[in-house]
Design a protein around this ligand. Sequence first.
Ligand SMILES: COc1ccc(C(=O)/C=[SH]/C[C@H](NC(=O)CC[C@H](N)C(=O)O)C(=O)NCC(=O)O)cc1OC
Length: 264
Amino acid sequence: MSELRVYHIPVCPFSQRLEILLALKGLTGAVKFEVVDITKPRDPALLAKTPGNTALPILETETGGVLRESLVLMQYFEDRFPEPRVAARDPFARAVENMLTALCSDLVNAGYGYVMNQDPAKREALRDKLLAQYAGIDAFLARYSPDRTFLHDEFGWAEAVFTPMFMRFWFLEYYEDFALPDEPKYARVRRWQAACLAHPSAQQVTREQIVKNYYDYSRGAGNGALPAGRTVSSFAFAPHWSQRPMPPREKYGRHATDAELGLV
Ligand SMILES: COc1ccc(C(=O)/C=[SH]/C[C@H](NC(=O)CC[C@H](N)C(=O)O)C(=O)NCC(=O)O)cc1OC
């Protein structure tokens, strides 16, 4: 083993956290990203690296050490390649970053639960649940960073953590017609989110790619699972997403076929 390797799933937001951090450090070429096809049975040799865990990304060091959990891998890269530093240097500011980071998993769960929902009667409640998460983040930012755009002076740790999730929520705009209301209670988080989405170090995925790859999530099938009646996952590598048509937006209507999605 002569190089650092990250085994990851294409368009996985947890892997994009690492890509953003490495881009901020000017280290994009320092790690070999090994793509794993989540639509096919996992290589036993890969599974053996993390017994009892199938989640990706995982990191393998030059000497065969294996780590997992995106936040842990981010910290590993921060410790191993300390300059330019991405996390706040001041202990209190770093603690504030960690407090904000701790709010991310509930936001992710609310957003994914919303897009994967198949019951129209639950839409409003799921939208309210996501908005409550955004309102909580807005309140946090208003308290700890009322006048800035980012949490601290620059796009940093918290932005690397959240931006991949904000980009995945493009699937909510498309399949649920969701938009964060232009109201005062979301003004601070809207300012933060807009700046995160526009940052040059975070442009690893596109809106079109997310909408096409995540179609099956809108059918309630996550992590490469197949919706009923389909034979090819929307996460399939081929045909490449850029060669496929935009999926139908009406997730509660008729289900698109493999052919209509350009998958066969
Ligand atoms: C709340 O529901 C969801 C929220 C997020 C994701 C997601 O982005 C997966 S990204 C791909 C997923 N990886 C993870 O969930 C890693 C999470 C881990 N806590 C980290 O931070 O690295 C994976 O490897 N899945 C394949 C496997 O486990 O065998 C999916 C959800 O439901 C399917």
